[in-house]
Design a protein around this ligand. Sequence first.
Ligand SMILES: [Zn+2]
Ligand SMILES: [Zn+2]
Length: 253
Amino acid sequence: MKLTFLGTGTSTGVPSIGCDCQTCLSDDRRDKRLRVSVLIEDGETKILVDTSIDFRQQALRAGISRLDAVLITPSHVDHVFGLDDIRPLNFRHGAMGVYANERAWVDLRRIFQYVFEPDHFGGGLPKLLPHIVEPNASFSIGPNINITPLEVIHGKLPVIAYRFNDFAYATDLKMIPPASMDGLRDLDVLVLDCVRIKPHSTHLCLEEALAIIADLKPKRAFLTHLNHDILHERDTALLPANVQFAYDTLVVE
Ligand SMILES: [Zn+2]
Ligand SMILES: [Zn+2]
């Protein structure tokens, strides 16, 4: 299995508009962060997690020409506002399965009302096959990828983290309930939310993320949803050997 980081930035992206901090002015490409999204691949199977607001740019950069499914984490702007840009893939390959929890579907049907209640003439619409995911109800996409949705808490909002065989992707969370912690053990790769160094009301900060990693003991962990507090090269010194800051275009096999 292969995981490609399409975006690793917090909701504003990095650099942040109008900011002249050290990270936003950095020449290090690892400090340039589009909004969070990953591509999971196994053989011919390709699964996108989140149609981020930067999806078009990310798909062109990664050479995405086909997807088997899209999985949604929270229904927030940074994670879903690229949904309309699946249309070129629909034109070539037809409708696409989109997986989200019930709470996120309420938002998606409102935000993209024109898709679900079309009342205009002309103009192509995204073609979606909606699937509701339930925590711990596993399903498969392609011959080899077993997916287990796990509920995590983003402030007060229940959000889905996804386990793909021995990889897991858990972003936009402040707390992982015990049952979901148990679903995240014995991992080869854990991708975890870490918005910044200092505490945040709805996201994990660095200390909290490292405490969860120390408990779960994945072979390798990657931190994502990073804001401009984190300067890749300098702050890597703060991490244990099996943990690194993710960066856009990084591939993990
Ligand atoms: Zn987010
Ligand atoms: Zn900045």
